[in-house]
Design a protein around this ligand. Sequence first.
Ligand code: AMP
Length: 197
Amino acid sequence: MKKINNLAVFCGASRGNKNIYADVASEFAELLVQSQITLVYGGAEVGLMGVIADRVLALGGSVIGVIPEALKAREIAHKGLTELHVVNSMHERKSLIAKLADGFVMLPGGVGSLDEFFEIFTWMNLGIHNKPCGILNVDNYFESLINFLKIMITNDFMKKQYLDSIVIEKNPQLLLEQFKQYQHSIFSRWEDVKVSA
Ligand code: AMP
């Protein structure tokens, strides 16, 4: 079992249309600070990304942002972070976040969040990393997505153990508890495979 020191959060550069999204993002931020976990994220001050970073900082926690130069102005990079890494591309952003974090959680967001989460989840399936991946299913936002993953399984396009390896929770505290307990055993058959991202 590996201690979670840094946790990556992928979430919307928008706030969504319900208060519950920002409320749960704030609640998750509080849990990170209580657990002395550093937030690693995309470095923006807008949307749910800004909500979670602001709350961690307001409570005295640490936040590491990773933002591509080209998005720095457009997404309005957060100016008060503990560390801000400005990188050259989206690929560099994702790969640095993957390196810095001990686990990855997706909160509600758009295609950017899906892209980030599914790349990291695919890397886990390939044995490139063995860090926990989770979905915080706030207000059942991800219900259709989870159902679609089940359709992949019934159509033999994905193994059930891949879906089973994602920690899916509505409650932020339960999700974090499972991350702390996480044992990576499912993909031990990949142990000999040397794949790099
Ligand atoms: P979103 O979930 O779409 O609000 O985006 C959240 C984060 O993902 C932001 O930091 C964006 O920079 C990034 N992002 C947005 N669109 C894309 C995309 N098409 N592909 C990859 N990343 C994206």
